[in-house]
Design a protein around this ligand. Structure first.
Ligand code: FMN
Length: 192
């Protein structure tokens, strides 16, 4: 017989992100963050390659990255609105964990499965932070996809890229529920 875990299922059925711009201090300290990172690391990973790593961005690092967003945005010719939106994401943050996808050479495990695993780590990290009582939000934006930003700002090597920034902090207001997928319409059932 299945052994249900109603509290865990209820969490998964009701969980929702908290917009990063509504998060404030306090943020988790290192002791509070370690179980969250440990839970995130317990994610499916075909071949045990560990195709990901974490970079914890504290306030001063986020402010440095905000300046780099500005510089890279101007170098790339992005609009002032684009630059400001992305810059504010860093400048207003107090803590974010960058989940870095780290592609490992493998004859057996396709690259895309390593990408999926890094994405799974992002969701597990988000959920672990929410389950710990923090507000949290998975963000990217154009700087995350700019290899030069990743290299200059986070020291990423070839074969590494940003899968997501998980912003974590204290929520100031609960967002309205967003429309959720219609699970009456989505599943296809194949019986034979
Ligand atoms: C890979 C990825 C990147 C995202 N980047 C952004 C972003 O840059 N800005 C944003 O407003 N939402 C972004 N989102 C959406 C939010 O993280 C989130 O999906 C939304 O707020 C609802 O989350 P919930 O279903 O956990 O409530 C991103 C989501 C994913 C999966």
């Amino acid at each position: 017989m299945p052994q249900p875990n109603p509290a865990a299922l209820d969490f998964l059925l009701t969980r929702r992100s908290r917009p990063a711009k509504t998060l404030t201090t306090p943020v988790p300290d290192r002791d509070a963050l370690m179980p969250i990172l440990t839970a995130a690391g317990r994610s499916p990973d075909h071949g045990k390659l560990e195709p990901w790593r974490f970079i914890v961005l504290e306030r001063a690092a986020l402010l440095r990255l905000a300046d780099l967003v500005d510089a890279r945005g101007n170098e790339l010719g992005r609009t002032p609105e684009d630059i400001e939106k992305a810059r504010a994401q860093y400048a207003n943050a107090h803590l974010a964990v960058a989940v870095i996808e780290v592609q490992k050479p493998s004859e057996k495990i396709p690259a895309i499965e390593q990408t999926y695993s890094a994405g799974a780590v992002c969701l597990a990290l988000l959920n672990a932070a929410l389950a710990s009582g923090w507000g949290a939000n998975w963000l990217t934006g154009w700087p995350s996809h700019d290899a030069e930003f990743a290299h200059q700002g986070l020291g990423l090597a070839d074969g590494e890229r940003i899968a997501g920034l998980i912003h974590i902090g204290t929520e100031t207001s609960a967002p309205p529920e967003r429309p959720r997928p219609d699970l009456g319409a989505i599943p296809q059932w194949i019986s034979e």
